[in-house]
Design a protein. Structure first.
Length: 389
């Protein structure tokens, strides 16, 4: 094979280019200004405060750090942060490139707010089919989505339980303050009706008001509970429920008389499986939410149902033991294991994230299982407690 020699002039250009400095190389240290009112920032505790910096002479390798005392609280030009307590603070912003470093301090005055330790608003209520649908909260003919969401909000504001139905049914809740991410602490708990040997675990997702509009339209992060990485957990599980004919001929279970219709509500999932949600003699109202269409599809993380067992062997005594940590309606409300750490949050790829706090919480039923006469495994929610208050 013959090799073609490059002209000397071309080689010279290539060599010169490989040895020259990048056009992105700074010639001076960063020039920093912080966009805050004269005299600093005033905010209330447990409210998100946003402070942004403008940096000149930056390039791709320029680093940014926000500090509160000796603690690094952000590594971006914009800081989104919530203070837990009233007081006077000093924030420090540092920008550093290969030439040098510049820092700016920002005084912050934090006043004490008065907040409710509970749910302030329900943005959405969407139960999957279940035996307490239309009862918790009560549905009346003509009630639409907006009305049922308002009823769910009233229930949670007064500490009354709402029912999320089978897998995927959810509620989206908001608060009158930010639940602050206090490092290495349990930050909140979702109240349910779990008790010893009976868990109806719900997946918890959290979001903070990143765009500042007061609505839960920001990125959601899943609280990675104890089963998040279990091979028995199914991520991106999808199930479709089909609205039944309430007047169809039922298919009772002759061995277990309390199951009055074992082919009541048909479902299919994205795992190639299908089946029915059964009806029992204890709840005679429709289980399918009547304000929804002919089918509903719900998605999320599905937890294993292997722990749901009939200990009697006769269909009379079912158990559903709690998972170790990280779920709603999983441990009794008074149990320390019911506490949730915001630092357990992960993004859609499973990467850990550091959130300033939580403004919105979404809970959905995390299991697709039935327990005989007890009915389907379905998450219930009574409220949310901020453990920082």
């Amino acid at each position: 094979m013959k090799y073609k020699l490059l002209p000397i002039s071309v080689l010279a250009v290539l060599l010169a280019g490989s040895c020259s400095k990048s056009d992105d190389t700074p010639t001076a240290k960063p020039d920093v200004s912080v966009n805050v009112p004269q005299g600093g920032v005033t905010t209330a505790n447990m409210k998100l405060v946003r402070v942004s910096a403008t940096v000149k002479n930056e390039n791709a390798s320029t680093s940014f750090v926000w500090k509160l005392g000796n603690d690094t609280i952000a590594t971006t030009k914009e800081l989104v942060y919530a203070f837990t307590k009233a007081g006077d603070y000093t924030l420090t912003f540092l920008a550093k490139n290969s030439v040098g470093e510049e820092r700016v301090t920002v005084p912050v005055k934090v006043t004490a707010g008065k907040y409710t330790n509970g749910v302030a608003r329900v943005f959405d209520y969407f139960p999957a089919p279940g035996q307490f649908v239309h009862e918790l909260p009560k549905w009346e003919a003509g009630d639409d989505q907006a009305k049922m969401t308002a009823k769910a909000e009233e229930s949670l504001k007064t500490g009354t339980m709402i029912h999320l139905g089978g897998f995927g049914g959810y509620v989206v809740m908001g608060f009158d303050h930010t639940i602050v991410n206090v490092p290495d602490s349990f930050n909140f708990k979702v109240l349910g009706n779990a008790f010893a040997q009976w868990s109806e675990a719900g997946i918890i997702e959290v979001a903070y008001d990143a765009n500042g509009n007061g609505l839960p339209d920001d990125e959601w992060y899943e609280i990675a509970g104890s089963e998040y990485k279990s091979p028995k957990t199914i991520h991106d599980y999808k199930i479709t429920y089909f609205k039944p004919n309430e007047n169809k001929t039922p298919t009772p279970n002759n061995d277990y008389k309390w199951l009055t219709d074992t082919t009541y509500i048909r479902w299919k999932d994205n795992q190639g499986k299908s089946g029915y949600l059964s009806r029992n003699q204890f709840h005679l109202q429709p289980y399918y939410p009547q304000w929804k269409g002919d089918s509903i599809t719900l998605t999320g993380t599905r937890l294993t149902d292997e722990n749901v067992k009939d200990q009697s062997g006769k269909g009379s005594f079912y158990v559903s033991p709690a998972f170790p940590f990280g779920y709603a309606d999983n441990w009794p409300n008074s149990d320390p294991n019911a506490g949730i750490k915001i630092n357990w949050a992960v993004d859609k790829k499973g990467n850990s994230v550091r959130l300033p706090g939580v403004d919105f919480i979404r809970v959905y039923s995390g299991m697709r299982a039935e327990a005989g006469w007890v009915g389907e495994i379905s998450t219930e929610v009574i409220g949310v407690t901020d453990l920082n208050l």
